[in-house]
Design a protein around this ligand. Structure first.
Ligand code: F0G
Length: 482
């Protein structure tokens, strides 16, 4: 993916791939969209794909694969133990990450389960630039807690800081002094920090965090699920790395870490996950749990075909033209929305475009889940399935009271190489229409609320019949257009 300049002077993203296989999708009439979202408990996780036009829920497991990945799947060597596929994958990962041991797991949260079981003791704290939902759930399930020490700028919606995912070094030193080595389970850096808008972490910051952790004996864990976007941003936003290749940037990062883990549903555009370590003692502790929770060490709960696809996908991640497609499309969507007055997280990050629901739907009380309401409204407006990343995605406090999210976001994920620029322009248009009519969007309340990770299965209803009113306005403005 590159940006090219047109004769008019306009700069546009240009795909560095051609489409070899396509899948039919459907744009249903607005009245059907209202029916679907109401039936889904106003929760975009509960929509059926047949009712969705553009699935921007996540990039997880839905990135487009290359023809080389599909070809590699055909040579899978299926075996419970000792498969050649494992050794091929292990060789790629050791080469790319420069670490000694690789442990497979079926996805990212499976790694979090194992790492938390090994490192978290009741009462300890895991420090991190910012939490991810599944990470926090595994740590708290082990009796630990989390402390987020991202830079203050990372918590602001708009900024021009290029690396908003950076750790606040003062807060890190303070936390180590307060908790002491024994009170800290580990320090975790999340690449392309998901919940604050896919914001990257700078190399200088990681270097500083690593030095402090090594000096104080705190294990440093790197969540590389969103590494691809972070690599792109290091290369394009840090002048010192302008000429560096992806592999040397990757190895510089991983050389600072004690454990690297990833979701291969994101990194490498396949389905799976894994952990890498260099320390033998740590490797042995993690290894003991892999057969218990995942499967034998040479497949770790993954399909062998996906492992072949992952090996090729990880190699392809080292190609800037492959990994730049998402961030360039995110930038295009954010810029188009911002130009139409829609409040988005800036600077544009990786993973997707993040819309600020607090600014968009400030008239909806936070207790009525404004980001969730915006997600439901965006589906009504355009058949676009985004994801609430706000209070619904939080866990309630121990006393049952609501924990309001610092940021109320609607994430429109851009899976790698899936959408075309005209689809992106369509999304921008429908969201801009919604913004003009934002006063019609109302709040939500829970009908069914699960205790853990409630955003997955929770069912909500609108507090008024605003979904139908919004659909009527759509008809007025767009006539019989879909
Ligand atoms: N870490 C990060 C930063 C993630 O974004 C995810 C998943 C995980 C860990 C867990 O990995 O899904 O393979 O178990 N993020 C997806 C998302 C679900 O939609 O952002 P997993």
């Amino acid at each position: 993916m590159s940006k090219v300049r047109l004769l008019s002077g306009e700069s546009v993203p240009l795909e560095m791939h051609k489409v070899c296989m396509v899948q039919r999708i459907h744009l249903r009439p607005v009245e059907d969209r209202v029916r679907s979202i109401v039936e889904a408990g106003c929760n975009t996780f509960l929509l059926r794909n047949r009712d969705v036009f553009l699935d921007m829920l996540t990039d997880s497991g839905v990135n487009a694969m290359s023809s080389d990945q599909y070809a590699a799947m055909m040579q899978a060597d299926d075996s419970y133990a000792g498969s050649e596929t494992f050794y091929r994958l292990e060789a790629v990962l050791k080469d790319v990450f420069g670490m000694r041991y690789f442990l497979p797991a079926h996805q990212g949260r499976a790694c979090e389960n194992i790492i938390s079981k090994v490192l978290v003791r009741p009462g300890t704290v895991a420090l991190m630039n910012y939490h991810f939902t599944t990470t926090k759930a595994h740590i708290t399930m082990m009796g630990g807690s989390i402390e987020e020490i991202v830079s203050d700028e990372g918590r602001r919606i708009s900024s021009d800081l290029p690396f908003k995912g950076d750790v606040d070094i003062g807060k890190l030193k303070n936390a180590i002094a307060r908790h002491g080595r024994d009170g800290i389970a580990f320090m975790r850096i999340e690449a392309g920090t998901n919940l604050i808008g896919g914001q990257p972490v700078s190399m200088a910051n990681m270097r500083e965090v690593s030095r402090i952790c090594r000096d104080s004996g705190v294990p440093l864990v790197y969540d590389a699920s969103l590494l691809a976007d972070n690599l792109y941003f290091i290369k394009t936003r840090d002048a010192a790395y302008r000429d560096a290749d992806m592999k040397s940037i990757t190895r510089e990062i991983t050389s600072m870490m004690d454990i690297v883990y990833f979701s291969a549903r994101k990194l490498g555009s396949a389905r799976g996950g894994g952990m890498l370590v260099s320390d033998e003692g740590l490797f042995l502790k993690l290894r003991d749990l892999v057969p218990l929770f995942e499967g034998f060490l040479t497949y770790g709960g993954m399909s062998i075909r996906e492992m072949e696809a992952m090996a090729v996908g990880i190699r392809e991640t080292m190609d800037i033209d492959v990994i730049s497609q998402t961030p360039i499309f995110v930038e295009a969507l954010c810029n188009e929305l911002a130009a139409k007055g829609v409040p988005v997280v800036t600077p544009p990050g990786g993973l997707g475009c993040h819309i600020d629901a607090t600014e968009f739907c400030g008239h909806i009380p936070q207790a009525q889940y404004r980001a969730g309401a915006l997600a439901a409204a965006a589906f009504i407006a355009g058949g676009v399935r985004g994801m609430e990343r706000g209070t619904i995605s939080e866990q309630r406090n121990d006393d049952g009271s609501e924990r309001f999210a610092e940021m109320e976001l609607l994430r429109l994920a851009i899976p790698k190489r899936v959408f075309t620029l005209s689809q992106i322009k369509y999304v921008a248009d429908r969201i801009a229409w919604l913004h003009r009519n934002r006063g019609l969007i109302g709040g939500l309340e829970f009908m069914e609320e699960p205790k853990v990770l409630r955003f997955f299965f929770g069912k909500l209803r609108s507090v008024t019949d605003w979904p139908a009113i919004l659909a009527r306005k759509f008809r007025e403005d767009f006539g019989d257009s879909l």
